[in-house]
Design a protein around this ligand. Structure first.
Ligand code: PLP
Length: 446
């Protein structure tokens, strides 16, 4: 069953309300109906809507220059954002290519990986390894490494060479593993794949450290990321952390992988970076990679007309300053366990809830037909779409995704509220989310 891009959404069949205004955690449609933003769209609006400080920074930038073309000029906004991101990332992650969104960011990561491998005399390394139930993007490179099968099936045969491994998931461990051994088993599967393909053929391993829309806020099992780091380094395979959704503070650390104490070689960030005020993404990579490419080629080979878009960078600077000044990362980190326990309480006694998981302001409930076997509901039921519609009716934006088409996981309902939501707003989101799930299950006789 094919699902439309960009989202497995009901866009084709549903008449959507027209949004006309938003402020903080709330939006209003043309009929005056109010919605609370429980998911920041798809985990984008990290500091809420219509923030006056960000709007003022954008207007100030526009009044000076909207965009200083990156290949003619540098700008204050670009330089300031680069310093901020160097500080947030720490370590050797000091080089940036700014783009307009997540797919372009991932695409850039893939190209940087290949250029680096060529630069160091490893041109045979052309294969990427990724995991099933990963998103990664909508362009040919990024979609080619995506493990969300129902999105990619129509284009099979036209992608860059890649190999997909099983998801690294404590709730759904690889066959033969348990929740405790899920991470080790997934890491071992990676090592076996590298050896099977031949390390000299593998360019990079790309993964989401907390899997987003394709799996439902699945954190890396404990120890997994460190093992992956070790394996990648051992075989000369670059480690790419796709933090388009989970990065920029969404899970309580600026880099999602910082939670695991691991530094990748290359990473992608987008969505929350400029919080939806401007389209902005970035590929961030190590000095080591940069220096090797510059020594061999003189320049990074990837870039676009709007690379380093000045107004987008100015928005990114303003957003990141607010996150820092208001201590929002600490708040997000502390709220994670609270949100999970509130959602668990609000859904207590609902048989269809298989798992509640996630980290920071990135929490998900997974629905299953059978808790013991973890079997998903049949895809035809479209529970996720019904929950989305019911939530909208109840004045809540949440982010349900149907994950059951290939039988790998159940319908998921993601909550990704703004980092600066009040406790009262978080409670409203959880209550309306749980109510919407209950109402749909009751209507379905489940
Ligand atoms: N990578 C991940 C992990 C994502 O979740 C997404 C989008 O949801 C992308 C990449 C692609 O980002 P965009 O939709 O901005 O192109």
């Amino acid at each position: 069953m094919s699902q439309p891009n960009h989202r497995p959404s009901t866009l084709a069949t549903t008449t959507l309300p027209k949004v006309v205004r938003a402020k903080g955690s709330y939006l209003w449609d043309a009929n005056g109906k109010q919605y609370i933003d429980g998911s920041g769209g798809p985990a984008v609006y990290s500091i809420g809507h219509a923030n006056e400080e960000v709007n003022a920074a954008i207007i100030a930038q526009l009044q000076n220059i909207a965009h200083g073309y990156r290949y003619n000029f540098t700008t204050d906004a670009l330089e300031e954002l680069t310093e901020i991101l160097r500080d947030r990332c720490g370590g050797d992650l000091r080089e940036m290519v700014y783009v307009t969104g997540g797919s372009e960011a991932v695409e850039s990561c893939l190209k940087i990986a290949l250029q680096y491998q060529t630069a160091i005399g490893q041109k045979s390394r052309r294969i990427f390894i990724s995991r099933e139930r990963s998103w990664h993007g909508n362009t040919f490179g990024s979609m080619g490494v995506s493990g969300f099968v129902e999105r990619t099936v129509a284009y099979e045969g036209a992608f860059i060479p890649s190999v997909k491994l099983s998801p690294a998931n404590e709730y759904r461990p690889i066959a033969g593993a348990t929740a405790e051994t899920a991470g080790a088993a997934a890491a071992a599967e990676l090592e076996a794949a590298i050896l099977r393909l031949g390390p000299e053929k593998v360019a990079a391993f790309i993964f989401e450290p907390v899997v987003g829309a394709a799996g439902g806020c699945v954190p890396a099992p404990p120890g997994y990321a460190a093992k992956v780091r070790e394996i990648c380094s051992r075989y000369g395979v670059l480690m790419i952390s796709d933090e388009v959704m989970s990065g920029a503070g969404r899970t309580g650390t600026w880099r999602a992988l910082a939670y695991d104490g691991v530094e990748p070689d290359i990473m992608s960030v987008a969505k929350g970076l400029a919080a939806g005020y401007q389209p902005l993404g970035v590929a961030i990579y190590s000095t080591k990679i940069h220096e090797a490419i510059i020594a061999a080629d003189g320049a990074i080979g990837t870039g676009h007309t709007f690379t380093g878009h000045t107004t987008a960078c100015a928005a990114g600077v303003a957003v990141q300053k607010i996150i820092q000044r208001e201590g929002l990362l600490d708040r997000v980190k502390a709220n994670g366990p609270r949100l999970k326990s509130w959602l668990g309480e609000a859904l207590a006694g609902v048989d269809a809830i298989g798992d509640i998981r996630g980290r920071g302001h990135f929490i998900c409930a997974e629905l299953v037909a059978n808790r013991a076997t973890k079997a998903p509901f049949p895809a035809e039921r479209k529970l996720f779409a019904k929950i989305r519609a019911q939530a909208m009716q109840n004045g809540l934006i949440c982010y349900p995704v149907g994950g059951n088409v290939d039988g790998v996981n159940g319908d998921i309902v993601i909550f990704a509220p703004p980092y600066n939501c009040t406790d009262a707003e978080l409670t409203e989101i959880v209550d309306k989310g749980a109510r919407s799930i209950r109402e749909v299950l009751t209507a379905e006789g489940l």
